[in-house]
Design a protein around this ligand. Structure first.
Ligand code: COA
Length: 258
């Protein structure tokens, strides 16, 4: 069986790679659990100084596995799975610098997880989108709080309400991405930046990250809860079901009946 999450550690750099290319790295509950474990391990081990998050060649991730969404939508009384919540918590409580390398699609949580990274580098091919409304859903992972503060309220509203795709250049202009790099050299350049960080004082790095994020940490935690509650409610509603069924049938959703 292929490993859907691959971790490796070298020269103080811990890499977490999403590896389900046949499904565009759509994230299952199991993948959330494995990534949460990876982040926790990276946080605890002194030898790890920096964490790199990436997908496979040409794809970051197409977001939450819609099959998982459908299963939850069709069984609303089932216990709410905690894997994504564990992942959210592991990401926001990571004390070490987190760098993302993005190629190809970064959809839904593929974009919102980047808002919690310390630096984001994108290949020219990267495409970002937050199509929650198109799926009868709403923003998750505290993004309703973080994105407007990063790009401005009107721009965040445009990204969330229209849910359209934006290019790597546009994401860089908005401040979601630090720098756009040719796809062929993206991973080499990101690893070089990670190794450069890994040679720096770990105490200095962690203190700086804590100071930058500390002022909003409590609000981010609350937003994750508030987003999550709204998201969970919509997820089991008829409009999301229509959108999930449309995705499975490879057709456009029809919201005109609601
Ligand atoms: N969940 C489950 N399966 C997914 C998926 C997802 N989020 N994204 C892609 N897949 C599957 C497709 O169903 C397809 O499976 P199949 O080969 O069994 O038919 C396979 O991955 C390849 O995807 P495909 O749509 O053929 O690739 P593409 O290059 O034409 O399009 C995307 C790529 C990412 C634009 C498109 O797959 C997509 O829109 N995915 C859904 C994104 C989304 O809405 N995510 C949730 C956000 S909350």
């Amino acid at each position: 069986m292929t490993q859907e999450i691959i971790t490796r550690q070298e020269n103080g750099v811990f890499t977490i790679q999403m590896n389900r290319p046949e499904k565009k790295n759509a994230i299952t509950q199991n993948m959330y659990t494995l990534m949460a474990e990876g982040f926790k391990r990276a946080d605890q081990e002194d030898a790890v100084r920096v964490v790199v998050l990436c997908g496979t060649r040409g794809t970051f991730t197409s977001g939450n596995d819609i099959g998982d969404f459908m299963a939850r939508a069709s069984n609303p009384s089932a216990e709410v799975p905690s894997a994504s919540a564990d992942f959210f918590e592991a990401v926001i409580s990571l004390r070490k610098p987190l760098i993302a390398a993005v190629q190809g699609f970064a959809i839904g949580i593929g974009t919102t997880m980047l808002l919690h990274c310390d630096m984001v580098f994108a290949g020219k091919s990267a495409v970002f989108s937050t199509p929650f409304v198109n799926l009868g859903l709403c923003p998750e992972f505290g993004s309703s709080y973080v994105l407007p503060r990063l790009v401005g309220r009107q721009r965040a509203s445009e990204l969330f309400l229209l849910g359209e795709r934006i290019s790597s250049e546009k994401a860089c202009e908005l401040g979601i991405v630090n720098r756009v790099i040719a796809d062929d050299t993206l991973m080499d350049e990101v690893m070089e930046i990670a190794r450069r960080l890994a040679r720096k004082s770990p105490a200095g790095l962690m203190a700086t990250k804590q100071l930058i994020k500390g002022y909003t940490a409590q609000n981010v935690r609350e937003a994750i809860q508030t987003d999550g509650a709204m998201f969970a409610k919509l997820m089991t509603g008829p409009q999301a079901r229509e959108a999930f069924e449309a995705f499975a049938a490879k057709r456009e959703p029809d919201f005109s009946k609601f």
